[in-house]
Design a protein around this ligand. Sequence first.
Ligand SMILES: *Cc1c(COP(=O)(O)O)cnc(C)c1O
Length: 389
Amino acid sequence: MKTAKRIRGLPPYLFAEIDKKIAKAKAAGVDVISLGMGDPDRPTPHHIVESLKSAADDPKTHRYPVYQGTLAFRQAVANWYGKSRGVELDPVSEVVALIGSKEGLAHISQCYVDPGDYNLVPAPGYPVYGIGTTLAGGEVYPMPLLASNRFLPDLDAIPVDVANRAKLMFLNYPNNPTGAVAPREFFADVVAFAREYDIIVCHDAAYSEVAFDGYRPLTFLEIDGAKEVGIEFHSLSKTYNMTGWRLGWAAGHPQVIEALARIKSNIDSGVFTAVQHAGIAALEGPQDCVTTMQRVYAERRDAVVEGLRELGWNIEKPQATIYVWVPVPQGYTATEFASLVLEETGVVITPGVGYGEYGEGYCRISLCVEKERIMMALKRWKDAGIKYC
Ligand SMILES: *Cc1c(COP(=O)(O)O)cnc(C)c1O
């Protein structure tokens, strides 16, 4: 059975090699500590689960959903932007519900990219931006995120002929995998750049609420002129521990939202209505669960960073996200270091090259296990003599 060229170009599952090693360690009886996955370990808050239960009891939720999302859910999204960021949105024309934001990030290229067109894609970055581009027949132009520029792309480094042929620019702040955040001036430059070259900005704000020490990440839509040049993807996954529920949205420029909704309505049939009810409960219910989430990750982040500092790493505490982006000691590639750590200490971390060549030299530590396990992981590193040099 010969597969299409399209699928032959897809990378195999990125972490297949590491997964094999994890399975081997587990089979040998090692108590594996996984700091690999970016998947919140705490349960979805109780009131959100209860909302799903009662909504699922109502037969009205059992039929095909409204494709672009129920008006009530889209209204809740518009209210959330208004209340939390002072952004006004028309729920009818400027918001579409997504089956998780990953789905929309994959499909947006289908709306705008013809073969030969470029998309500007952060590197390292969440893989779906580039995969969606390739599946649409487009070319990925990587925008390197380097420590020397605080992990922001250098817009001046993008060649004019590339900018002229580019359709979409993907951005993601707070950033996975680097943990970096973006200042207002950067986003303002992005708006000007997008205007100049007629590029649609697709900002992935999955971590806009996962921030610490009183820091409040900007969303793209609150920047002057942003709604005229782009859209923002958002998700309930990280804010409310709802990765398994598959609920997100895109909001912003009405023409872009319309195009995305049109592609989607031809491919999928929307999010289960009861899940949208639960999404409303999340956005409009008590927000102390968000404060708790922030406190829990901040404590874990502190445990990781302080533990690493004791082992010679000179790193800053990220202000947001569930990741710490850690340079690997000299003499190792990212993959070699991740393998060494797994073999010597039973701790799983993600080699940065999993996020593209510009991730070489780093590993990503995620904060999705309890603080005690994180401390145990770092104690094992210390005992095994793993340190930064
Ligand atoms: C987790 C994550 C998302 C959320 O994806 P969903 O499909 O909404 O679960 C989006 N973007 C990035 C960068 C992420 O890390």
